[in-house]
Write a protein that binds this ligand. Sequence first.
Ligand code: TMP
Length: 240
Amino acid sequence: MNFVIKKNLLLEGKTKKIYNTNNPLEVLVQYKDNLTSMDGLKNKFLQDKGIINNEISTLIFKFINSCGIKTHFIRRINNREQLCHKVDIIPLEFVARNIVAGSMSKRLNIQEGIHLSNTIFEIFYKNDKLKDPLINDHHAVFLGIISYEELNTIYKIISNINNILKKYFLDKDIILVDFKIEFGKNYKNDILLSDEISPDSCRFWDKKTMKKLDKDPFRTGLKEEVLDIYMEILKRLNVR
Ligand code: TMP
């Protein structure tokens, strides 16, 4: 295993910092202790949350890698950091929905909890000034962000990820309600699953009680509960 030297800060987001390393093709992703919602308008410090999310995201990315899906994740370096392939992030957030919740429930006035007969895929344009608006394939192509061919590839990958993650979580008595993922392109222009997968970016409901095991309690004002909830997810993922 090669020795990793952390270099300059490349960029800082709401919940992560990205550092260059001695290898120009690899970066260090560092998880911060911030919990955000409403496009960062609500931003709270929560001690050790970054450590827990690094562990959760590591376990999920390892699993996805083991299924043969290409991701940016190489390995966990320490309690807060992962070594990842360097990518240019495609400025689109892809959401897959299995059950109605969150913004879809509000936008279409449909009760939360209804199981969708077809998985719904949505695209949000990552643009803070515009508050990440919901767009469709044609907007994304018009904006010059992506081609139709790349979108087709990405939809196939998301569908695959959804199928394997639904089963992975169900084995741990967790229902995967919906999730948001991001993709990036490496130096060869390959599309890699990137960013993180954690209770920050997914909705998880307990299979037996339907309790929300994700960031939703924070979105509705309950900050203190979040760490216990994230620990519960980590505990279940660690059980084989
Ligand atoms: P939504 O119902 O609020 O649109 O969220 C759909 C999924 O996307 C949910 O699992 C939470 C996740 N998500 C993020 O990871 N980041 C965001 O900024 C938003 C709005 C949602």
